[in-house]
Ligand binder design. Structure first.
Ligand SMILES: [Zn+2]
Length: 451
């Protein structure tokens, strides 16, 4: 009974969303997952305040804050670096209203590698570039990369390191309209924001070296891990994550997986609806009817072209004989599109259009076709499909689609099947006729035609 009290006190703020119990916007974590999530919260070894801050946006269970304190106190990596010199005092720079108004840059050295550390003063967003050289040209190369991505800052603050005071550096800043502020000599701490970031980075790398899971990872990998955690954790000065202030949104991390995502839920739902709809409404593309007007793909001399024709007979499950002009073509189903089942007809060039038997009747409603998969309605007359016979005397040519018939080869003659209506053929249906579409450009476009 006693352990239900924390929930009882919050009973008016509890809700259920997709199987998760929430307190406010925080997911209430079942007991079995609490340990592993504590580990998640402590990834990268943030301090107690940061962990509590992070947990406020994601999760809760009774006694969480106490458990966080205990977890940090028991962490070997954290306790072994706890007594390193404290962070540099924060210099009272004015807080810029926007990201990228003022950035602080500095170099750090750790494990034999240099790091260019760039801090955005507004959001506390960090960029860290491991590098083997600290020359001016290398520094400018890295800064250029950052400026390309996020735009030019108004002001850059640095110490008096030779790489920042070289003429090349000054010229670069001047040319790009960036104010370069150098902090007073011998007072490196006045570049407080940069100093602080350097301390944070060094501490994180120290902890990673002690942490068994991170120990073996390459340096760049560890820096990336640190940055993702840092950028998504509420900052102690601003109270929100650097990502929120810099990108105006929270970035997705493994902790985001804890929360039921409404957007993901909606996307799944829509996908399911689409699949069901498609299943119900899919056109019977693979049952082509006798006399069905179609377009067949021809691939002559590497040029793709769609031609209108009429289905004459089905050959096996995948092939059809299609009459195109005076030619009977043997075509794979993949190279046939039933007219009316696609928009291809609309985009055909004008000279491809008039293959329909001359009787285009505008405004005529397309006839409703019986679904060949359905049994005919009682009383409906089913007529055997009238086979289209070629006009006598007209030699029919037979082409294998995609075949490599050379010009010299005599065209093999093909007889249009004269056996009684093929049992494979679907029931007869009226020829579907659509009005041929003629597009006439409006007069007003005449001015723009360059001929
Ligand atoms: Zn730790």
């Amino acid at each position: 009974m006693e352990d239900l009290k924390p929930y009882f006190f919050r009973r008016n703020e509890l809700s259920v969303e997709r199987g998760c119990v929430l307190w406010g916007q925080r997911v209430i974590i079942p007991t079995v997952y609490r340990d592993s999530l504590l580990g998640r919260l402590h990834e990268g070894h943030p301090g107690v305040c940061q962990m509590k801050g992070l947990s406020r946006s994601y999760l809760w269970w009774p006694g969480l804050d106490k458990e966080i304190e205990k977890h940090v106190a028991e962490c070997v990596a954290c306790s072994s670096v706890r007594n390193t010199p404290g962070v540099a005092p924060l210099q009272p720079w004015p807080w810029p209203a926007q990201p990228r108004e003022r950035i602080h840059i500095d170099y750090a050295e750790k494990e034999g590698v240099y790091f260019l550390v760039i801090t955005d003063s507004h959001s506390k967003w960090l960029e860290i570039f491991p590098t083997t050289s600290m020359t001016t040209s290398r520094t400018l190369q890295l800064l250029r990369q950052v400026f390309t991505t996020y735009g030019l800052p108004k002001e850059v603050v640095s110490d008096n390191g030779p790489h920042f005071t070289a003429e090349e550096f000054q010229v670069f800043m001047m040319k790009n309209g960036v104010k370069h502020t150098k902090v007073a000599p011998y007072h490196p701490a006045s570049n407080g924001a940069a100093e602080r970031s350097v301390q944070i980075l060094k501490k994180a790398l120290d902890k990673q070296k002690i942490d068994g899971r991170q120990k073996g990872l390459p340096l760049k990998h560890r820096v990336a891990n640190f940055l993702l955690k840092y950028r998504s954790t509420p900052h102690s000065v601003t109270g929100v994550s650097p990502a929120q202030l810099f990108l105006k949104r929270e970035i997705r991390t493994t902790l985001s997986l804890v929360k039921p995502s409404q957007a993901d839920h909606m996307a799944e739902q829509q996908q399911r609806q689409k699949e069901q709809h498609d299943k119900r409404h899919r056109m019977p593309l693979h049952i082509l009817l006798h006399n069905q007007p179609v377009q067949v793909r021809s691939n002559r001399m590497g040029k793709e072209k769609w031609m209108r024709g009429v289905v004459v007979a089905q050959k096996g499950s995948r092939h059809y004989l299609v009459r195109v002009g005076n030619t009977i073509r043997y075509v794979h189903i993949d190279h046939i599109v039933a007219v009316g089942h696609s928009q291809l007809g609309d985009s055909l060039p004008e000279d491809e259009q008039p293959l329909m038997p001359g009787k285009s009747t505008p405004k005529e409603e397309p006839p409703v076709w019986p679904d060949p998969r359905l049994p005919p309605a009682a009383g409906a007359r089913t007529l055997p499909p009238p086979l289209v016979m070629p006009p006598s005397g007209t030699p029919l040519q037979h082409e294998i689609e995609g075949g490599t018939r050379r010009d010299g080869d005599p065209p093999s003659e093909v007889r249009v099947p004269d056996q009684p209506p093929n049992s494979e053929m679907a029931i007869a249906s009226p020829v579907r006729r659509y009005p041929t579409r003629h597009r006439v450009a409006p007069v007003k476009f005449k001015d723009f035609v360059t001929e």
